[in-house]
Design a protein around this ligand. Structure first.
Ligand SMILES: Cc1cc2nc3c(=O)[nH]c(=O)nc-3n(C[C@H](O)[C@H](O)[C@H](O)COP(=O)(O)O)c2cc1C
Length: 208
């Protein structure tokens, strides 16, 4: 029996079509020129053959308010994000770092996505998740990435620990338009994505 997270939509049709692996990527920043959004954009062009990265956004997700949840239910922006996650085979978080931890806007979006708690298994349960991040500083979001670990554990995801993608000095590496002008970082990103996709595909093969 496969888990909900592994029952992807892209099953081979009668074994004829090769299966496409879909990863949904979410950047935890609302900034138009976000380095993390740029990192995701670059990642979309470096995916291995047979895999795609679809980019979703936390824009429009309101601040979590239990009274709003009780009276109005789950906001449309959250429902839309849930649908994107459920349709994908894996989740890639591009996290900024604020004060050595997770930015509030990003955690807030994940908190909404975890409501109602009975929906956690459908959205996050056993779902392959990778974390990466970019920062203009010298430590490339390493503390924010670590801060995500208890969250991923609480949501019973399947975090991938086979690689690290820590982009320091992002201001020097990205152009104004979000291009990544550093071959070493591009190569590291490519390896990271290939590793994560291989992990996702292995989990799917096991679940079949
Ligand atoms: C409130 C606040 C706290 C920050 N704290 C950190 C930090 O602890 N470590 C770090 O590397 N950068 C820190 N930064 C700088 C962010 O890394 C930088 O703003 C980055 O561009 C945010 O990601 P984005 O480009 O995807 O929006 C902080 C920025 C803000 C606004």
């Amino acid at each position: 029996m496969g888990s909900p997270a592994l029952a992807g939509r892209n099953r081979p049709l009668g074994g004829i079509l090769p299966r496409m692996t879909t990863i949904v990527g979410i950047a935890g920043s609302l900034r138009a020129h976000s380095f993390n959004a740029a990192l995701l954009g670059v990642a979309a062009g470096l995916m291995p053959e047979g895999a795609t990265l679809e980019i979703a956004s936390i824009k429009g997700v309101p601040l979590y308010d239990a009274d709003v949840e009780t009276s109005l239910g789950i906001p449309d922006a959250v429902l839309a994000l849930k649908a994107r996650i459920v349709q994908a085979d894996g989740l890639l978080l591009a996290t900024p770092e604020y004060n050595n931890s997770i930015p509030g806007v990003f955690k807030n979006a994940i908190d909404w996505l975890s409501r109602p708690a009975t929906d956690i298994p459908r959205i996050f349960g056993n779902r392959p998740v990778a974390i990466m991040g970019a920062s203009p500083g010298g430590f490339g979001t390493i503390l924010a990435q670590n801060a995500w670990l208890p969250v991923l554990r609480a949501l019973k995801t399947r975090p991938w620990f086979g690689g690290r993608m820590i982009v320091s000095r992002a201001g020097k590496l990205f152009s104004e338009s979000g291009e990544l002008n550093d071959e070493q970082t591009r190569a590291g990103l490519r390896d990271f994505l290939h590793g994560f996709v291989a992990f996702v595909e292995e989990l799917h093969a096991e679940a079949r």
